[in-house]
Design a protein around this ligand. Structure first.
Ligand code: PEP
Ligand code: MN
Length: 336
């Protein structure tokens, strides 16, 4: 971290700020010219609040030269993290496809879709039991009953289940869920992230609607700082000025994340596009850009889905997609 002092800064203010940094275990490298007075802080600056430093009357500007996240940072963990979900691996050359309906709607629906996506080669089953809906009048999910039906679908197929949590009080209900999803709207629900950090269970962390890559990685850091290192990042499209699609898939985020973090990166082309026919090209782009997996919404009757029918693939379209994904993954030397 670099701190630039004002030309007319009070020497006492500078000194007391510097003593404060030293008390926090940082060493100071000073550079003093005729018109500039700069210090470089050496050591672990992750706990230094940049806004607090900036608010000091002696300070002109502050800049971070290293990232504020440590556990998620590739610099301190060069090897790819491989997350193992009941033997299904994601990351470090292992590619996984998570598929299923947006929400669990009935026993017949989830079992049907689970069997179909398994047959096509998906390795994990998704399905929302608690749904974060924009309208309070829209279907909110089957809640506890939805979790029960997911367990049944796991029993019927052997596929591990991925489902979204929305608040800390529900954690006990998610005890035997295989991967807990944190949705875009909760990416910065820090109390939830802290509690999930105490668990020994993989967490699929979706990118917030308008979150920067650094904010997203700081959210992963919240989970990891609590001791849970099994974090999977999921790019699901971001808000831009474009209105033709539901969101804009940030393909650039994939290689950028790969350089900044060792965590696996999965792409959700369904929520990015919002339109079923766009799922395939976006999925292929994601594989080519280096994703470690995909999350795809599949419904046995998209026209009558209670949530996200327009972006849901039929089991047949999903089967078709899987054949292409299989060849693309092999081309990029990924094990599916
Ligand atoms: C979902 O996966 O169904 C979902 C609600 O996704 P997101 O949080 O990315 O909107
Ligand atoms: Mn959905």
């Amino acid at each position: 971290m670099i701190v630039i002092f004002k030309q007319n800064a009070n020497q006492k203010d500078i000194e007391s700020l510097c003593r404060g940094f030293e008390a926090n275990g940082l060493s100071i490298h000073e550079s003093k010219g005729a018109h500039t007075h700069i210090i470089g802080l050496v050591g672990d600056t992750s706990s230094v609040d940049i806004d607090w430093v900036r608010a000091n009357s002696a300070v002109e500007d502050v800049r971070r030269v290293s990232e504020p996240y440590k556990q998620a940072n590739r610099k301190f963990h060069p090897e790819d993290t491989v997350v193992d979900v009941c033997g299904r691996k994601i990351g470090g050359g292992h590619f996984a496809v998570i598929a299923g309906p947006c929400s669990v709607e009935s026993e017949a629906q989830i079992i049907d879709v689970a069997k179909a996506v398994q047959k096509s080669g998906a390795s994990l089953l998704r399905g929302g039991a608690f749904k974060p809906r924009t309208s309070p009048y829209a279907f909110q999910g089957m809640r506890a009953e939805g979790l029960e039906l997911l367990r049944e679908a796991r029993e019927a197929t052997g596929m591990p289940i991925v489902t979204e949590i929305m608040n800390t009080e529900h954690i006990p209900m998610f005890e035997d869920v295989d991967v807990i999803q944190v949705g875009a709207r909760n990416m910065q629900n820090f109390e939830l992230l802290k509690e999930l950090g105490r668990l020994d269970k993989p967490i699929l962390l979706k990118r917030g609607l308008s979150a920067t890559i650094e904010e997203w990685l700081m959210s992963a850091e919240y989970i990891m700082a609590g001791g849970n290192k099994n974090v999977i990042l999921c790019e699901r499209g971001i808000r831009t000025f474009e209105t033709s699609m539901r969101n804009t898939l940030d393909i650039s985020a994939i290689p950028m994340l790969k350089s900044k973090t060792h965590l696996p990166v999965v792409v959700d082309p369904s929520h990015a596009a919002g339109i079923a026919w766009m799922v395939e090209p976006l999925a292929m782009a994601a594989v080519a850009a280096g994703a470690d997996g995909l999350m795809v919404e599949v419904h046995n009757d998209p026209a009558h889905a209670k949530c996200d029918g327009a972006q849901s693939l039929t089991p047949e379209a999903f089967d078709d997609l899987m054949q292409k994904v299989r060849s693309a993954a092999a081309f990029f030397h990924k094990v599916l």
